[in-house]
Write a protein that binds this ligand. Structure first.
Ligand code: ADP
Ligand code: MG
Length: 259
C-alpha cells in the first residue's frame, strides 16, 4: 500500500521510520583564521548507506560534520540533501530545519536532565505530549525504554552513547552524523556497542556518516569509506578497495596495520 503523497514527504508520519536521504558536499572549502582545513571537498553519502569519514587527527573530519549539521557555515561550496541545497553561497538552512541529526564525540548529554528530557530536548516543534511520545519511542528503539527517568551518570558509557543516539534519532532525521562515537568506550565494550549501533541505524532507515580515525573500525562498520588527509579527500570506496587498491602510499600506510 502506498502512502498519500503528503505523508510520504513528511518524515514524522506514523509509519514509524525515517526516510534516508542522499547528502552531497560539493567543492567545500573552509579555513580557521588563515589556516585552510577543508580544501575542495566533494563527497556523497548515498541514501541509506553507512559512510565512514576516516583520517588522522586534524584532517578536517569534525569540521565537515559541523558544516553538514549547520553548526559551522562553510566558506565556499554547497551542501545538498537529496536535490535540495541546504547550504550554499546564498542559502543557509539552520540546523533544526535540515533533518540532519548529530551525535557529538563526548555525547553532550545534560547531566541534570533525565534520559527522557535529554531525548526530547530538540523536539521543540512538537507539542509536549507528542514530544514525550517521540522521545519514549526513540529510547525504546535504543533499548533504554525502561530507564527513562534515570540520569546520565547512572549509566555506563555504552548506554550514554545510546541516549545520545536516541536524542539524535528522535526527530527522525534523514541523515545521522556521528563524531567518533566509539572512541571513548572501553575496548571490551566496543564491539558490542558498534553492533548495536549499526542495528539501530539499519532499523531507523537513516543515512549515516560516522567519523573515525581508526581504519580497522571503518572497515568493520562502513558500506564505504572516505579517507581524508589535510582537508582533502584522498580516496573513496569500499573497505576492500581501499585495502587492496590504495591510490597512494598514504592510504596504503593507513590500512597497513589492519589485519
Ligand atoms: P579532525 O576531526 O579530523 O581531527 P577537525 O575538523 O577537528 O579535524 O580540525 C581540523 C583542523 O582545524 C585542525 O588543525 C584543528 O586544529 C583546526 N580547528 C578545528 N576547529 C577549530 C576552531 N574552532 N578554531 C580554530 N581551529 C580549529
Ligand atoms: Mg574530530
Amino acid at each position: 500500500m502506498s502512502l498519500p503523497r503528503k505523508n510520504r514527504d513528511d518524515p514524522r508520519t506514523s509509519v514509524g521510520v525515517s526516510f534516508a536521504a542522499r547528502l552531497a558536499f560539493e567543492h567545500i572549502d573552509h579555513a580557521y583564521d588563515d589556516k585552510a582545513v577543508l580544501d575542495d571537498v566533494s563527497l556523497v553519502a548515498e541514501a541509506g548507506e553507512v559512510l565512514c569519514l576516516l583520517g588522522p587527527s586534524g584532517s578536517g573530519k569534525s569540521t565537515l560534520l559541523r558544516i553538514a549539521a549547520g553548526i559551522e557555515p562553510q566558506q565556499a561550496g554547497r551542501v545538498l540533501l537529496n536535490d535540495r541545497e541546504i547550504a550554499g553561497p546564498s542559502v543557509f538552512l539552520p540546523p533544526e530545519k535540515r533533518s540532519i541529526g548529530l551525535v557529538f564525540q563526548d555525547f553532550a548529554l545534560f547531566p541534570h536532565l533525565t534520559l527522557l528530557d535529554n531525548t526530547r530536548f530538540g523536539l521543540t516543534e512538537l507539542s509536549r505530549k507528542d514530544g514525550i511520545a517521540e522521545a519514549k519511542n526513540a529510547l525504546s528503539r535504543v533499548g533504554l525504554g525502561d530507564k527513562m527517568d534515570a540520569y546520565p551518570h547512572e549509566l555506563s558509557g555504552g548506554q550514554q552513547q545510546r541516549v545520545a543516539l536516541a536524542r539524535a534519532l528522535a526527530p527522525r532525521p534523514a541523515v545521522l552524523l556521528m563524531d567518533e562515537p566509539f572512541s571513548g568506550l572501553d575496548s571490551r565494550l566496543k564491539d558490542a556497542v558498534r553492533a548495536e549501533t549499526l542495528a539501530i541505524l539499519r532499523q531507523s532507515r537513516t543515512t549515516a556518516i560516522i567519523v573515525t580515525h581508526d581504519a580497522e573500525e571503518a572497515m568493520r562498520i562502513a558500506d564505504r569509506i572516505a579517507l581524508l588527509k589535510d582537508g582533502r579527500v584522498v580516496q573513496v570506496g569500499t573497505a576492500q578497495q581501499l585495502y587492496h587498491q590504495p591510490v597512494d602510499l598514504f592510504t596504503a600506510r593507513f590500512f597497513s596495520e589492519v589485519n
